[in-house]
Ligand binder design. Structure first.
Ligand SMILES: Cc1cc2nc3c(=O)[nH]c(=O)nc-3n(C[C@H](O)[C@H](O)[C@H](O)COP(=O)(O)OP(=O)(O)OC[C@H]3O[C@@H](n4cnc5c(N)ncnc54)[C@H](O)[C@@H]3O)c2cc1C
Length: 440
């Protein structure tokens, strides 16, 4: 959201006050902006849809480049299922273009409002040990670097350099285009069932067997929704727009937000809210529901929120979940649902949470009903310490409490990434305070 020269991110966790907000629509304009910034010694921060709640997209100087008008398909190679889009293109547009051409993305997270560049720059992911994060679908991308030149990163030409740069934190320049490998269109056959916490722990082999799967755990209820899906070519079942609105918007967002707000005054009633919302939203078993891949992976999420999510080596999953559960059984905190548990295969992207190890992502949440910040004391810090004791790596778009030194020790390619950053951006045109804290 923009007002004059103020730019506020989606969750309203920060406000940027740059010298100027600009909305380029061509690559030439982007190059011109970099040349201007060079001539006037200005900083640049590029933003996508502003869905990161960390300060990764924040700036208080120079140009803030909002890419909402740089949101088009550049080239489509139907024979090889390769789609090249402008850097600001939303995942929604990419998914809809794919569907219209009987193609699909191999995996998706919970929403599709993000820009492709914002998503890959922060390591955005879905869930399933057989299907990687979004950056794994990228074949090549071009970056306008600080000297105003275009640099191509292409996994088919230089895989090592590509892997170093693809989860780039917005530090290397302006991603101008992204080429994605699409796959043959598929439907998702979805099954959901309710487990107890102990049953979830005994089911930690599920990610090895299921094509896509995740758990949604409702603290204080002993209930977990186990969601799994397989690719299928079966026909999509008819949807009712009214039923979807009632379930996803009315119950899932409007009613939940009211409950979140009411319980923010009396944390003791949070378990009752979780119990009620679990019953209303998650308890009904789904049996072989067939939907298109876009509907299957995503949900409308309207309530503002702060999230902390770390990736831990998959073998640490049980130990971490049990420790988090102890925080609740000791009655230390009353917190809202869900705690989301997802999985990804090992990858080679230098700054990915799943670098070098099959990974379990665990995310905790603090909603902001009607904008209200709810004080959960040191809940986030306590969970951070649990993650940290199990080699947890933070999602770049979300909350973390690590120091620079701790982070640097967690990624074997950290120094190589920093070297590439210095080489491409020697005068730190693209470095904001968030990056300064990491790479000073
Ligand atoms: C409701 C909600 C649901 C979410 N669900 C998931 C999920 O399921 N899985 C998951 O992993 N994450 C999830 N996220 C996190 C989200 O995917 C990330 O915050 C992502 O970065 C958002 O993309 P964006 O376009 O909003 O990027 P922004 O927040 O605008 O920017 C993020 C970073 O990307 C950089 N950047 C953006 N565009 C460019 C460009 N063209 N060139 C260079 N750098 C660029 C920015 O400078 C910044 O450093 C969710 C967030 C919210 C709020």
């Amino acid at each position: 959201m923009n007002t004059g020269t103020q730019w506020i991110n989606w969750s309203k966790s920060f406000t940027s006050k740059p010298d100027q907000i600009v909305y380029p629509s061509t690559e030439q304009e982007l190059v011109q902006l970099v040349n201007d910034a060079n001539n006037h010694n200005k900083k640049i921060k590029v933003v996508g849809s502003g869905h990161s709640c960390s300060l990764i997209a924040a700036t208080n100087s120079g140009y803030l480049i909002d890419l909402k008008n740089y949101n088009n398909v550049i080239h489509f190679d139907a024979a090889n299922k390769l789609l090249t889009v402008q850097g600001g293109t939303s995942l929604q547009k990419i998914a809809e273009f794919s569907l219209a051409n009987n193609l699909a993305l191999d995996n998706l997270g919970t929403i599709v409002e993000q820009s492709i560049s914002g998503a890959i720059s922060t390591g955005t992911h879905g869930s399933g040990l057989k299907h990687g994060a979004l950056d794994q679908a990228v074949v090549a991308f071009t970056v306008i670097t600080a000297n105003g030149h275009l640099k191509i990163f292409d996994r088919r030409i230089d895989l090592t350099e590509f892997n170093l740069a693809v989860v780039g934190l917005g530090a290397l320049g302006i991603i101008s285009s992204v080429t994605l490998q699409l796959v043959t269109n598929y439907q998702l056959k979805i099954n959901t069932t309710t487990l107890s916490f102990a049953e979830m722990i005994s089911k930690l082999d599920a990610p090895y067997n299921d094509e896509y799967m995740r758990f949604w755990w409702a603290p204080h209820t002993d209930k977990v929704q186990y969601w799994k899906a397989t690719k299928t070519q079966h026909n999509i079942q008819k949807k009712s727009a009214a039923t979807d609105w009632f379930n996803d918007i009315f119950k899932g967002n409007m009613l939940h937000e009211l409950g979140l707000w009411l319980t923010s005054f009396r944390h003791k009633s949070i378990p009752l809210l979780n119990k009620t919302m679990y019953k209303l939203l998650l308890e009904t078993e789904t049996k072989d529901k067939v939907v298109n891949f876009l509907d299957g992976f995503t949900l409308p999420i309207l309530v503002k929120q702060k999230v902390m999510e770390y990736g831990i080596p998959i073998e640490e999953t049980e130990a971490v979940l049990v420790k988090i559960n102890k925080l609740f059984s000791k009655n230390k905190y009353k917190v809202h649902m869900p705690i989301e548990v997802r999985f990804a295969p090992k990858d080679e992207s230098a700054l990915s949470m799943a670098h070098g190890t099959p990974t379990c992502y665990i995310g905790i949440i603090a909603y902001k009903p009607y904008g209200k910040v709810i004080n959960f004391g040191s809940y986030f810090e306590d969970v951070h310490h649990i993650f940290a004791a199990h080699q947890g790596r933070p999602h770049w778009a979300k909350v973390t409490f690590y120091s620079k030194e701790q982070l640097a020790g967690m990624y074997p390619k950290w120094n190589e990434f920093n070297k590439l950053k210095q080489q491409l951006d020697p005068k730190e045109m693209f470095t904001n305070d968030f990056l300064k804290r990491l790479f000073d």
